[in-house]
Write a protein that binds this ligand. Structure first.
Ligand code: ACO
Length: 426
């Protein structure tokens, strides 16, 4: 199939590609050559930047599939490490493949001892995302033997190192901020159990893992593992398109994820719920969200792609109740969240604009109940999303059509003008 695009009385045919599911795309790579015109698409709302086989989202239906598997099934039945394998390799592992992958990841959990010195250069009150950005970027200075992006074996080792070391790096960022000693990983534990121990354990006593907490956190990691070509993933791909090493690319992804419109929204959502404080104050905040002159937005609501309930928010809404019940925590914030959701979903403004709770709406409540400070929320997101980032980066590196990413622009600045020496300017 082709699409006909005509301009200045001249028309040309452009190929239309059909994905396995989802909308067709018009291949406009020859448009500039044929017409001398670019397309204008700020925010890329109508642009597919690459071909991918990893994640599929139907935002209207509220569907999220990883390698074809629905996110609800993965969250209920799989584990984070298995999902990481799936994202990277394309299929669920056999038992042997699973055990081998677990062994590989477990063997890479420690970080270079000198990295601890690197942490000590930060102020104790540094935001964990600032620390994560710096430390992950610095990994390329510690692991030179896995930065040759043209060697598939080195690429694979770098991927394993990143998945394995992120929990250690995030836990160290937390430990540094509270002034406690860093804990070495314990490779006999699960991926998530090990992270919990490195975060909340102390060398002076054994750390007992609560299986409900371990399971809830593992679910949160699964739900954040990948999400197609979102801002941070596109950043990783764009950084990687120039040939930058994977550690530098993931550091770029972390920087992008930090923003409150993206990964930082879970922190902002919980802060907003705490500010609202009690269900009676909700109408005041709904009114502010609707007011065009007020920059306030309901954090944890709305999504660029989902124009329906974010399937990840559904899983987390149920998990929040389970975790709080099991831990015996009665947090009024959960009541406020449920009531805010109920009111917003029946309000014309939110219905018309198709604004539903997103993944960040409930995740903060669970993380807070587990004991994480809000400043760690986005760091946990980065930990989980690293698997998606490296799966997408690997896919790009193996793509024969991959080119350096280089968008063009609609220039609205001055046309050419001549330089005027300082003493001659009016
Ligand atoms: N509260 C109130 N109004 C909203 C909200 C919100 N949370 N989100 C969107 N709107 C309104 C906008 O004001 C706009 O109204 P208008 O058409 O009258 O101008 C309309 O809905 C469309 O909003 P856009 O910003 O154009 O939509 P976009 O797709 O660009 O933005 C985004 C999506 C950034 C996620 C937005 O919904 C938002 O800021 N949400 C709050 C932050 C948040 O929760 N981010 C997490 C996203 S999920 C993730 O990154 C993991």
């Amino acid at each position: 199939m082709t699409a006909t695009i005509g301009i200045d009385g001249k028309t040309a045919e452009y190929p239309v590609h059909q994905g396995s599911v989802g909308p067709e795309v018009i291949d406009i790579r020859k448009l500039y050559g044929n017409t001398g015109r670019f397309t204008f698409d700020p925010g890329f709302t109508s642009t597919a930047s690459c071909e991918s086989k990893i994640t599929y989202i139907d935002g209207d239906q509220g569907i999220l599939l990883h390698r074809g598997y629905p996110i609800e099934q993965l969250a209920e039945q799989s584990s984070f490490l298995e999902v990481a394998y799936l994202l990277l390799n394309g299929d669920l592992p056999s038992q042997t493949e699973h055990d081998e992958f677990k062994y590989l990841i477990t063997r890479h959990t420690m970080v270079h001892e000198q990295l601890a010195t690197f942490y000590r250069g930060f102020r104790r009150d540094a935001h964990p995302m600032a620390v994560m950005c710096g430390v992950v970027g610095a990994l390329s200075a510690f692991y030179h033997d896995s930065t040759d992006i043209h060697d598939p074996k080195q690429r694979e080792i770098a991927c394993h190192r990143l998945i394995a070391k992120m929990p250690t790096i995030a836990a160290m960022a937390y430990k540094y901020s509270v002034g406690q000693p860093f804990l070495y990983p314990d490779n006999s534990l699960s991926y998530t159990g090990n992270f919990l121990r490195m975060t909340f354990g102390v060398p002076a006593e054994p750390y007992i893992i609560n299986p409900v907490v371990e399971d809830a956190l593992d679910k949160i990691f699964i739900l954040h593992a990948d999400h197609e070509q979102n801002a941070s993933t596109s950043t990783v791909r764009l950084a990687g398109s120039s040939g930058a090493n994977p550690f530098a690319c993931i550091a770029a992804g972390i920087a992008c994820l930090w923003g409150p419109a993206h990964g930082g929204a879970n922190e902002a959502a919980l802060e907003m719920l705490r500010t609202i404080g009690r269900p009676e104050r909700i109408p005041e905040f709904i009114a502010r969200a609707k007011n065009k002159d007020d920059p306030f937005r309901l954090m944890g609501f709305g999504h660029r792609v989902y124009k329906n309930y974010d399937p990840r928010a559904k899983v987390l809404g149920a998990a929040a109740t389970k975790v709080l019940d099991t831990l015996g925590i009665s947090d009024p914030v959960l009541d406020t969240a449920r009531e805010l959701e109920r009111i917003a979903l029946s309000d014309d403004y939110f219905i018309e604009k198709k604004l539903y709770p997103n993944v960040d709406f409930y995740s903060g409540i669970i993380l807070s109940a587990i004991g994480f400070p809000t400043s760690m929320f986005t760091a946990l997101f980065a930990l989980a999303r690293t698997t998606g980032w490296i799966a997408q980066w690997t896919e790009m590196m193996e793509d024969k059509e991959q080119k350096i990413g280089r968008p063009r622009q609609l220039y609205t600045g001055h046309p050419r003008r001549d330089y005027v020496p300082l003493n001659q300017r009016g």
